[in-house]
Design a protein around this ligand. Structure first.
Ligand code: ADP
Length: 217
């Protein structure tokens, strides 16, 4: 079970990914959190990362792909995971799809949270007061939104084309509980159709065992 939460900064991906991961009892992997944890290392890499993140730019694909592969190889990811903040570029998407194929897992659901720019700015401003993240400052928000539109939004075309059955858009302008309920409804609907398909496959198999010519009909 692999779930990807996708959307602009401030869309509420982190909040929804935590709720979803808790509900499904699988890990929540936030590349933003992983990177922020790295900053406490105080080595050359962390100084470089802080500079990039505080400017609102994206960290290089090489670093991100290395970080994510090391995390995905840990045993708690075997049952599945919720990705938040990754992939964010076409290169990261290629890397992830290739890795997932190689371990015979599949992407179950990609959920895009769409939010108006006005709400994004309001939410990030209120997060700045609570968490004091340097990249939440007003002038940096604009760069992050620009980066999202240029580098990350094109991924939605790819997902729409290749994962159209598993790709859903959810209104992220609503309150936390309502968004969570919408996400759960989508996943339940998807699970229900998987159960029906498995049941039909089992029924066909059973009928073909009882009455072999059935498969020729
Ligand atoms: P948000 O989704 O609100 O922008 P995050 O906490 O997910 O916040 O990310 C914070 C910063 O971490 C980003 O602005 C970027 O610099 C860096 N980052 C996180 N994920 C990635 C990624 N997949 N690729 C490149 N940079 C990333």
């Amino acid at each position: 079970m692999i779930f990807i939460l996708f959307g602009p900064p401030g869309a509420g991906k982190g909040t929804q990914a935590t709720l979803l991961a808790n509900k499904l009892n699988i890990p929540h992997l936030s590349t933003g959190d992983i990177l922020r944890n790295k900053l406490s290392d105080k080595d050359d890499l962390s100084i470089e990362l802080k500079k990039i993140m505080d400017s609102g730019n994206l960290v290089s694909d090489d670093i991100l792909n290395r970080i994510i592969i090391n995390r995905l190889k840990l045993s708690d990811c075997k049952k599945g995971f919720v990705l938040d903040g990754y992939p964010r570029t076409l290169n990261q998407k290629d890397f992830l799809v290739h890795f997932i194929d190689s371990i015979n897992l599949s992407i179950k659901s990609i959920i895009e949270l769409f939010v108006s720019e006005e709400i994004i700015i309001q939410r990030i401003q209120s997060r700045l007061k609570k968490e004091n993240r340097d990249d939440d400052k007003n002038d940096i928000i604009k760069t992050r939104i620009e980066k999202y539109n240029k580098e990350t939004r094109p991924l939605s075309d790819y997902f729409l084309e290749h994962y159209s059955d598993n790709y859903c858009k959810v209104n992220g302008n609503q309150d936390i509980e309502k968004i969570h309920n919408d996400i759960i409804k989508i996943i339940q609907k998807w699970l229900f159709s998987v159960i029906i398909l498995c049941f039909l496959a089992w029924l066909i198999y059973l009928l073909s065992c009882i009455h072999p010519p059935f498969i020729l009909i």
